[in-house]
Write a protein that binds this ligand. Structure first.
Ligand SMILES: Nc1ncnc2c1ncn2[C@@H]1O[C@H](COP(=O)(O)OP(=O)(O)OP(=O)(O)O)[C@@H](O)[C@H]1O
Ligand SMILES: [Mg+2]
Length: 252
């Protein structure tokens, strides 16, 4: 008589498969709910402005300037919807990066003017400290710059909550003890609110009225596509701190 010793194993595999399937479905459902919510706003605005145009043009002496304003709003909202879709595409793309040898400090210097002017606009100071002697890495520079700018933008937005004389964002590069290159963005703002700290990198996690909550999620996707990581560094004496770590495979 042949017993079936594999049966419990088979059952547990099947259960595991089903659980995986259900959790994937849940993730897709959550994502779809987020997309629906995000796109609903600009689409509702487009519909409202279009109705307003129709109403205005039905008047005996339509004010064409008002109609033009409404059409501009329609165009702006359509661009916003397109922007949300583009960022989502970036989030789901898991292609390998095809980079080129890049000096990480130079990559930051290239966006330093942009960072400075953004900081001035937010009445904040910005300090950039670049470590000497970093090896060059194979990167998609525009993508890494996009991550740095998203982190700086978050820092500047958070700094709006503290007095102007206390607003500072620090961008630095460093070599970690195990040879990785770190790009660190810290600020003197209020820090991450405790309610969202566990979900910080989830798509659509935002505390901002006009935020999409895609900045950190897509930045982490970029970090991972480079074989690196993007983490929030907890327990800072003040403010928030994010670390982008990029591996240097041939450093030894
Ligand atoms: N430097 C920071 N200080 C405090 N909170 C932060 C900081 N960076 C991120 N956060 C919190 O994390 C949330 C998610 O950030 P993320 O960049 O993903 O989205 P967002 O900034 O809200 O919207 P988006 O970047 O899409 O415009 C923010 O809403 C904010 O609550
Ligand atoms: Mg952001």
């Amino acid at each position: 008589m042949n017993a079936a010793p594999q049966k419990p194993n088979d059952d547990s595999h099947r259960l595991q498969d089903r659980l995986l399937h259900v959790s994937r479905l849940a993730a897709v459902g959550e994502m779809a709910a987020g997309i629906a919510h995000e796109l609903n706003q600009p689409l509702a605005a487009v519909a409202n402005y279009a109705q307003a145009c129709e109403r205005l043009l039905g008047l005996p002496n339509p004010d064409l300037e008002e109609v033009r304003d409404a059409l501009r709003q329609i165009a702006a909202q359509a661009v916003r919807a397109g922007d949300i879709i583009n960022r989502l595409r970036g989030l789901t793309r898991s292609r390998e990066t095809r980079g080129e040898p890049t000096d990480v400090n130079a990559l930051i210097r290239e966006v330093s003017d942009l960072i400075d002017s953004d900081a001035r606009h937010h009445q904040s100071r910005c300090r950039i400290t670049l470590a000497d002697g970093l090896p060059s890495l194979v990167l998609e520079r525009a993508q890494i710059q996009q991550v740095v700018l998203a982190l700086v933008r978050n820092a500047l937005e958070a700094l709006a909550e503290v007095a102007p004389e206390k607003r500072e964002v620090r961008v630095s590069t460093a070599r970690s003890p195990d040879g990785d290159i770190e790009i660190v963005v810290c600020d003197t703002g209020p820090g991450i609110s405790p309610e969202i700290v566990q979900r910080l990198f989830d798509p659509f996690c935002t505390t901002k009225p006009a935020g999409t909550g895609l900045g950190l999620a897509s930045s982490r996707t970029i970090a991972r596509a480079h074989g690196g990581t993007l983490e929030h560094r907890p327990n800072q004496s003040s403010g928030a701190c994010f670390v982008l770590r990029l591996p240097t495979p041939a450093w030894r």
